[in-house]
Design a protein around this ligand. Structure first.
Ligand SMILES: O=P(O)(O)OC[C@H]1O[C@H](O[C@H]2O[C@H](CO)[C@@H](O)[C@H](O)[C@H]2O)[C@H](O)[C@@H](O)[C@@H]1O
Length: 259
């Protein structure tokens, strides 16, 4: 049996003792190690296998709560995926009907579509002017990626993007790991977790994530819940694990505790 830090082990046991729980995992940097190109990311097979097994445990719901849009999540996460997937930081929500899905993606307004076009044009110009800086397109957001750029180029491109976009009314900027995301939709992972908590009627939520945007998820967790940050860095999560490589052990211990 693998081991966890004693305090985390005890907190996991408390969480596992609830009858109905939600286990929600972030994707990039949590299920999948970070890689240079977003299209190359895949979940660690041991994490995907443990997550699949956990979903068969009575009273356990599993969900991926990602900043990716659902189409890109589908490409990166081979079947079988969890039935519940939150994409675009909460702007897209996939919940099967038998779990009481009431969510319909709100179509973007004409104003939002115009804004998305405008911000995308500005980010594309910045990417074109900097070596190895790229742009990722999402239904309600555009992301500037600088992971493959030289450090000074990355800093310059990010600073230019911020100043080019911060005056655009109706655009929210999300800073992530080697990315700046500009979105016209204002959902976040915290709102999505609260929505899932209500719809699924669970008593406790476990959320694991690594990035700045995952902090919105950690912030909504209460005393029955458990927030676990992957890797170093400032966080409001109570516990942490060093890297995505430790996630399978965590999930397998939870599976054992639920039996
Ligand atoms: O919430 P997540 O599932 O963690 O998604 C957050 C962003 O992840 C992706 O970017 C990150 O992962 C890439 C692949 O490992 C990496 O190259 C990039 O530097 C990371 O920031 C994704 O491309 C974004 O759209 C997501 O918002």
């Amino acid at each position: 049996m693998p081991e966890l830090a004693p305090a985390l082990h005890a907190a996991l046991a408390d969480f596992a003792a609830h009858e109905r729980v939600l286990v929600a995992l972030d994707f990039d940097g949590t299920m999948s190690p970070l890689v240079d190109r977003p299209q190359d990311a895949r979940p660690l097979p041991a994490s995907a296998a443990a997550f699949e097994q956990l979903a068969t445990s009575p009273g356990v719901y599993t969900a991926v709560v990602s900043g990716r849009n659902l189409q890109s999540l589908n490409q990166a996460y081979p079947e079988p995926r969890p039935e519940i997937c939150i994409g675009s930081h909460g702007a897209e929500r996939l919940l099967p009907e038998h779990l009481g899905a009431l969510w319909h993606d709100e179509p973007l307004s004409t104003k939002q579509l115009q804004l998305l076009k405008e911000l995308t044009g500005r980010l594309e110009q910045i990417a074109a002017a900097h070596a190895n800086v790229t742009v990722e397109h999402k239904p309600s957001a555009t992301v500037l990626h600088v992971r493959q750029a030289a450090p000074d180029t990355a800093l310059k491109a990010l600073a230019q993007a911020k100043s080019a976009l911060q005056q655009l009314d109706g655009v929210a900027l999300l800073e992530g790991k080697a990315v700046l995301e500009a979105t016209v939709h204002h959902g976040d992972k915290g709102q999505s977790l609260q929505w899932l908590r209500e719809v699924l009627d669970v008593q406790a939520v476990l959320f694991v994530g690594d990035d700045v945007t995952d902090e919105n998820g950690f912030k909504v967790l209460g005393s029955a819940d458990l927030g676990i940050k992957v890797g170093a860095g400032p966080t409001v999560a109570t516990y942490s694990i060093p890297s995505p490589a430790e996630l399978p052990d965590l999930l397998n211990i939870l599976i054992f505790m639920r039996h």
